[in-house]
Design a protein around this ligand. Structure first.
Ligand SMILES: Cc1cc2nc3c(=O)[nH]c(=O)nc-3n(C[C@H](O)[C@H](O)[C@H](O)COP(=O)(O)OP(=O)(O)OC[C@H]3O[C@@H](n4cnc5c(N)ncnc54)[C@H](O)[C@@H]3O)c2cc1C
Length: 399
């Protein structure tokens, strides 16, 4: 058995690792010259700077970290909230807390009626949640969640609450996550950075093809042929972890899906700053707004302090300068910008494209096909969910 994997992000490298452990031959195709996708640690003069994924939420991921012998720490992050004049304010007012105490159990009850529970790691049946999150929250009188909590979704790159469908929003930002966010629970950080996970997952994978453009993926009887600019190879199965250009996959359902999948632009700016406490600071007035700094976090590495700031939107020089300016106005002395990185995150379908049986039809199709979609194309896009979903997929598809 020989399996090809398209995309060397967390999902692709985890699949490769799990397949290799089962004695299955793997070949990984990656369009960039580096592995990791949205897991990207910049090692700058021994400093660990996370440009992509920073934290993990679940217990499941510890199992992988232990297996790979990767050191991690769990810690509380201290949080500041700033108003439009860069003054410190409370996260939630007394009235907002009272409203949330009434609304959150009600939301929990409503979600229980749908199939998107915190227990599912893949996207499943959709029922009637195909309306924008803001509309869903208004319909059910969940106004405080709408005003105070939902804008955090945009701050993490999931898009405007007027556009993102309740289906995705409530899958990703479920009630448990909302509670955990309000309480400020401990988070798990990988000491040497997320790229350490990718490095260790890739250790025994001898066939990784870098900077390669896949032009064609086509079934040939029971097998699948992959054509690149330079060669053609035939595999028993192909696992696709990422959106591919139109018409690369010669399969009408997958090709239709690729045409409909959308992503959101998101920016990370990393700075070296003057000494500063470890803190995460939210710009309360900006939450939910495009092309504005949403939040930043700072941490100490050796004798340096690193600050990483995030904005939802497309970053050019004026936006990066505005982010730098806002950080300065918050009382921080910026020494210099280390790097700014544009991302495109969270593969999803926009309203109108998502149908009730969409992910169900996809799952059924995958059972028959030698070409399968895995990772954030079909599962909730956080490392912990991806870990469980990919592991489940490999366990059942390659018993
Ligand atoms: C700034 C930022 C912060 C984040 N923070 C967190 C966090 O703290 N916690 C968390 O759980 N999640 C976080 N996420 C989300 C998380 O990083 C992603 O959900 C996860 O890394 C997705 O992994 P993946 O392997 O499914 O996809 P990707 O990481 O997107 O990997 C896909 C890979 O496919 C490659 N590729 C694309 N097109 C082709 C092609 N045509 N041919 C071959 N290869 C191709 C890409 O280069 C990439 O390497 C964050 C994301 C960003 C951008």
């Amino acid at each position: 058995m020989h399996v090809a994997i398209i995309g060397a992000g967390f999902s692709g490298m985890l699949s490769a690792y799990l397949l290799k452990k089962k004695g299955i031959e793997v070949t990984v195709y990656e369009k960039e010259a580096v592995l990791g996708g949205h897991c990207r640690t910049l090692l700058n003069r021994d400093l660990v700077v996370e440009l992509g994924t920073v934290i993990c939420f679940s217990q499941h991921i510890k199992e992988l970290l232990l297996e790979l012998d990767i050191s991690y720490s769990e810690r509380f992050t201290y949080r500041n909230f700033l108003d439009e004049d860069f003054r410190k304010v409370e996260h939630l007012s007394h009235e907002e807390i009272l409203s949330l105490m009434e609304e959150l159990p009600r939301l929990e009850g409503l979600i229980k009626a749908y199939s998107c529970t915190e227990k599912s790691h893949n996207y499943g049946k959709i029922t009637d949640l195909m309306i924008p999150l803001s509309e869903f929250l208004m319909k059910h009188n969940l106004n405080t969640i709408g005003q105070v909590i939902a804008p955090h979704l945009s701050s993490y790159g999931f898009g405007s609450i007027d556009e993102i469908q309740a289906y995705y929003a409530l899958n990703v930002f479920d009630v448990k996550t909302i509670y955990s966010f309000i309480k400020g629970d401990k988070l798990l950080f990988v000491d040497e950075g997320m790229s350490e996970i990718i490095r260790k997952l890739s250790r025994n994978i001898s066939d990784i093809r870098y900077s390669v453009v896949v032009r064609n993926i086509e079934s040939q009887g029971e097998k699948v042929r992959i054509d690149t600019d330079f060669d053609s190879s035939v595999y028993d199965k192909v696992l696709i972890t990422t959106k591919l250009p139109n018409d690369v996959i010669k399969d009408s359902l997958y090709n239709e899906l690729m045409k409909k999948i959308d992503t959101n632009p998101y920016i990370t700016c990393a700075y070296e700053v003057e000494n500063r406490n470890i803190v995460t600071t939210y710009y309360k007035a900006n939450l939910g707004k495009k092309e504005c700094i949403q939040f930043f976090h700072t941490y100490k590495e050796k004798d340096k302090t690193i600050l990483v700031a995030y904005a939802y939107g497309t970053g050019d020089a004026p936006l990066v300068n505005q982010i730098t300016e806002d950080i300065r106005k918050s009382g921080i002395s910026v020494k210099h910008l280390i790097t700014a990185r544009q991302w495109y995150i969270f593969p999803h379908l926009k309203s109108g494209n998502l149908t009730e049986d969409f992910y169900w039809a996809l799952t059924e199709h995958q059972k028959e096909s030698s070409i399968c979609l895995i990772g954030s194309l079909v599962s909730k896009p956080s490392i912990s969910h991806l870990y469980v979903a990919v592991k489940e997929f490999i366990g059942t598809t390659f018993p």
